[in-house]
Write a protein that binds this ligand. Sequence first.
Ligand SMILES: [Fe+2]
Length: 202
Amino acid sequence: MAFELPDLPYAYDALAEGGMSQETLEYHHDLHHKAYVDNGNKLIAGTEWENRSLEEIITGTYQAGAVAQNGIFNNIAQLWNHNQFWEMMGPKGRSMPGELESRIKDGFGSVEKFKQEFTAAGVGQFGSGWCWLVVDTDGTLKVTKTENGVNPLCFGQKVLLGCDVWEHSYYIDFRNKRPVYVQNFLDNLVNWENVAERLASA
Ligand SMILES: [Fe+2]
């Protein structure tokens, strides 16, 4: 069965107060995310990957260093990444649940230090990609960055939070100011309850 584009879990204007406009969500979800779904479905049709889960396709087709030529991986990984991204955001004004806050303090020293490290990862990703908060294979929290569609599933890590630093995610609202976009994502857009749920099931 073909993969489908999920609806946004909120209205198109729900993130505007937090700094992500309706226009960005219309382009990002309806055009970019949809293209990954459509292209991914076309590329897996008739292959061994048809009827496999997104996670199976991502881990099964990832080849370090060969991502640029790997159409199935690129499109299916980006399909999955965006499915997570929409869930990880919500209307402005979310606070961080206590258990998550204490794990972040344990891992990074303070919430502010975590935010600095996460923002530095997003800014330091050269070209398109993502920055992440993950549970690493040894159980510790870690900030990482990845190129293009590569994600923590490729390295056996559990995703708690991801920020899309492709230009299509911020150019309408923030122009070329990626640092401001990532900082604003952390301060005004993250749905920390979703992050806490991911941590609880990690
Ligand atoms: Fe994106």
